[in-house]
Design a protein around this ligand. Structure first.
Ligand code: GLU
Length: 307
């Protein structure tokens, strides 16, 4: 495994076309695109690292996997009244479908869906308390108390978040919101701004590769059925309008973020986190996707493979 990921890392570092870093969040535009990291964590707890695996990056939309998991714990199936379970086929920040479908987002991983999930998990609590709970949950999953929110990124998102504010106000206009829009947005922007490295992220995702149990702590995070369903949503909706392409090329449930990270799950085999800040045209890490494609090919881990 170490040889495989070291080869992948040197291949990726040698590539010229690394994609473009997200610039609509100014703080993300400052990130050096010449960075690459991959961490693979096995259910046994064994960790394989290659590249700059201790560098912190903004997990952005990958946080939506954790907030969905929390929401399922708090609300159970009632969360599906707020968001659907279908791929959108639209860009991550699209507003179009919301008008056609009475303000109910297609899935929890498009921005509108994750904003609705943030509203659902607040349950009358102020944003500070909700954020503390989200952060505590991520720390528990990663077994690492040092994980924190990057306040600069959160502020940067808040200052330039007109599109997300539009989505939130539009949904609120259908009477779906339980909390003031600005509080929900504050919660959403801050959980997107959690900073992690690939090793922490791969560890945090391990419960999804291990029937809902985090083997490093022994805790059952979710039931095996729920883990399976979260994986299904990651496969079908985790890469926005690039989800079909990711399933085709990589064949693993995965969730990307515009910070350039991807969390991928090989059920029963491994949890994998990659990071390369340059994005492709739909907002997914260009080299991160390529690295996962190569890893899936070398290991035979695609869920569609008969091996
Ligand atoms: N915080 C980002 C936004 O709301 C998340 C997008 C992403 O990572 O795909 O635009």
């Amino acid at each position: 495994m170490q040889d495989i990921i070291d080869e992948i890392t040197s291949d990726m570092l040698g590539r010229h076309d690394k994609g473009k870093v997200a610039s609509y969040i100014p703080q993300l535009a400052c990130v050096d695109p010449n960075q690459f990291a991959i961490s693979v964590v096995l259910p046994s707890g064994e960790v394989f690292n290659s590249g700059c695996t201790s560098t912190l990056f903004s997990i952005q939309s990958i946080s939506k996997v954790f907030t969905l998991t929390l929401a399922l714990g708090k609300l159970g199936n009632a969360i599906w009244k707020r968001v659907g379970r279908e791929p959108s086929g639209d860009p991550f920040n699209s507003i179009v479908q919301l008008e056609h479908e009475q303000g109910k987002p297609r899935n929890p991983f498009v921005n509108a869906g994750a904003i609705a999930v943030a509203d659902a998990i607040m349950q009358g609590h102020p944003p500070k308390e909700t954020l503390a709970e989200i952060l505590q949950f991520v720390r528990f999953l990663a077994n690492d108390e040092t994980i924190a929110i990057d306040e600069k990124v959160a502020r940067s998102e808040l200052e330039t978040g007109s599109r997300n504010a539009s989505l939130a106000h539009f949904m609120a206009s259908f009477g779906h919101f339980e909390h003031p829009v600005d509080q929900v947005l504050g919660t959403y922007f801050h959980h997107c701004s959690i900073a992690m490295n690939t090793q922490q992220l791969a560890t945090a995702g391990l419960f999804l590769a291990n029937n809902g149990i985090n083997p490093s702590t022994g805790f059952a995070v979710v039931s095996a059925m729920r883990a399976k369903r979260i994986n299904a949503l990651m496969l079908t909706c985790g890469h926005y309008d690039g989800s079909g392409e990711f399933a085709f090329r990589v064949g693993l449930p995965g969730k990307s973020g515009v910070g350039g990270g991807i969390l991928a799950v090989a059920p029963g085999k491994a949890s994998i986190a990659v990071w390369s800040p340059g994005l492709d045209s739909v907002g997914n890490s260009k080299l991160g996707s390529l690295a996962l494609e190569k890893l899936a090919h070398r290991t035979g881990w695609s869920i569609f493979s008969a091996d």
